[in-house]
Ligand binder design. Structure first.
Ligand code: NAP
Length: 490
């Protein structure tokens, strides 16, 4: 039976980046498994009105491929998805992708030293290396709000937008006011007869100042691609400097707090509403939202900000805990994603049948966010503790991709069939990482999807340069080396 050198799960930025870099290294013995019928990951799934990226366009792309000619400073979802699809077409990656193929589970075979990956097509794929790029934010969460099935009108999640539902002239509820919701709410407010936003806790919002590139700028970017690179570098340096805003008590944190307060005061005149919209936790504890049209939407006469907690959904609307029934035609949940397990639906079983789901209970952890002790040749992109609040996640994925390539090279050079990170190395790494969080905003007094059971499990502790340095060297001594002959005689 065919054994691939590498099987990749997912065709978001992570999976595609891995495949492209494998190809450019001359590797063709790989395949990419994609549960859907198209590429794009989060940019395929999130099609809600207003969906866009809050990282500036020129930075929001791979460094190792030709860069798109973006139409505006912050790119919208359709343009991002279009550019991803174009990249896949132009790079000739499509034949490597198996669409509509969902991974059910994967088991490490300790004798053959391969991953046995089972798919929904009842097929088993064998691969020496397994790269999981399922992302952290792909399974919508309804936040445990009860009674959803009772509602007689359309009810859906922002990450599964129902385009056939006409929202014009309707009474709409939007539950949530996170980074997705703030992009959606101005669009809803423009079309709804009335919009009610259910806010559990407010966010810090700093200005976005998005604008289309002028014809002159477009011409220059096109004629002199180096100007796009220079722009990218400048944005990168600017974003890296934002990291300090996540250090509690820093001058950057004060600067960002003042910026957020100034935006609130200039856009919301009503002092009572203002205070409802002002957070009581340190800036950065939840994602700082980059948005300048949320407050103008909230102050519209056809919009209500509801801060009374939700008791549940009923046939005609939403009942709040104070007993009031709020009647709606359409209910939209923008309540985030299932991030606790960090696993997709697939379970992964390593040495001795050890389950990743169990290993990650109560909290997921990995070495460098990339690999887990007891799971040889298993690599993750955007794994535990690799999320950022201040810069583009694509840059972190690039570090991970380069690290995986180094691991593959090291195994080849040393004639080992499998590498398993030492438990002691992984434990020490995580001890150090948690120590580095002391004094950061993520350790502050808020609840967010960045942490579980009080432990910060999703975010990285430093900036991109810090992670780049940490992942820049592949230390073979961090790993147990597993050879075929030894595995067979064991
Ligand atoms: P999220 O940050 O998890 O926000 C979920 C929202 O739902 C929060 O406002 C939360 O309130 C609220 N919520 C949950 N249960 C609720 C309840 N019972 N009643 C009222 N509100 C409730 O999810 P998201 O907005 O989809 O964003 C997730 C991540 O996606 C972001 O952090 C970001 O990394 C990414 N994202 C990025 C972009 C981009 O432009 N690059 C855009 C969108 C999203 P609490 O705050 O009180 O929990």
């Amino acid at each position: 039976m065919k054994i691939y050198n590498v099987a990749i799960l997912g065709t978001g930025f992570g999976g595609l980046g891995m495949a492209l870099r494998l190809r450019s290294e001359g590797e063709t013995d790989f395949l990419v498994l994609e549960k859907a019928g198209n590429v794009g990951g989060t940019w395929r799934d999130n099609t809600y009105p207003g969906a866009a990226c809050d990282v500036r366009s020129h930075l929001y792309w791979f460094s190792f491929t030709e860069r798109p000619e973006w139409s505006k400073s912050y790119c919208d979802q359709p343009e991002i998805l279009h550019n991803i699809e174009r990249l896949v077409e132009r790079s000739g990656l499509k034949p490597f992708i198996r669409f509509n193929t969902e991974v059910i589970d994967a088991q490490w075979d300790e004798t053959e030293l391969v991953w046995r990956i089972r798919t929904t097509g009842d097929e088993t794929i064998l691969a020496r290396n397994f790269v999981a790029a399922w992302g952290q934010l792909n399974r919508p969460s309804f936040a445990g709000v009860e009674g959803r099935a009772n509602f007689k009108g359309p009810l859906f999640h922002s990450a599964r937008w129902q385009h056939d539902v006409d929202i014009a002239g309707k009474r709409i509820a939007c539950i949530g006011n996170g980074p997705s919701a703030v992009q959606l709410i101005p669009e809803l407010a423009r079309k709804a007869e009335h919009l009610t936003v259910f806010q559990r806790s407010p966010n810090y919002l700093v200005p976005r100042l998005d604008r289309p590139y002028t014809d002159d700028e477009q011409r220059i970017f096109h004629a002199v691609p180096a100007t796009r690179d220079a722009n990218r570098q400048a944005i990168y340096a600017d974003h890296e400097s934002w990291y300090d805003a996540f250090i509690m008590g820093s001058s950057k944190a004060a600067e960002f707090t003042a910026m957020a307060r100034a935006q609130l005061e200039s856009q919301v005149a009503d002092p009572v509403l203002r205070e409802k919209l002002w957070p009581d936790y340190p800036i950065g504890c939840k994602r700082i939202v980059i948005c300048d049209d949320f407050y103008p939407a909230i102050v519209r006469p056809n919009v209500t900000l509801e801060t009374e907690p939700i008791a549940g959904v009923e046939s005609n609307g939403i009942r709040t805990k104070d007993g009031r029934l709020h009647e709606f035609d359409v209910i939209i949940f923008s309540t985030g994603f299932e991030t606790r397990s960090m696993l997709g639906v697939a379970d992964i079983k390593g040495r001795g049948g050890k389950s990743l789901r169990e290993a990650w209970t109560p909290v997921p952890e990995a070495y460098l966010g990339i690999t887990v002790a007891g799971f040889p040749n298993f690599h993750m992109l955007y794994g535990p503790n690799t999320n950022l609040g201040h810069n583009s996640i694509i840059l972190m994925m690039e570090c991970q991709i380069e690290y995986v390539l180094k691991a593959l090279r090291a195994a080849k050079e040393h004639d080992v069939q499998a590498l398993d990170v030492k438990d002691s190395v992984m434990t020490e790494y995580n001890r150090q990482l948690q120590k580095e969080f002391e004094g950061t905003a993520w350790s502050g007094s808020c609840s967010s999807w960045y942490k579980h059971d009080g432990r910060i499990s999703n975010n990285y502790s430093g900036n991109v340069e810090h992670y780049k340095a940490r992942t820049g060297e592949f230390k073979l001594s961090d790993y147990e080396l597993i050879r075929q002959a030894e595995a067979e005689s064991a």
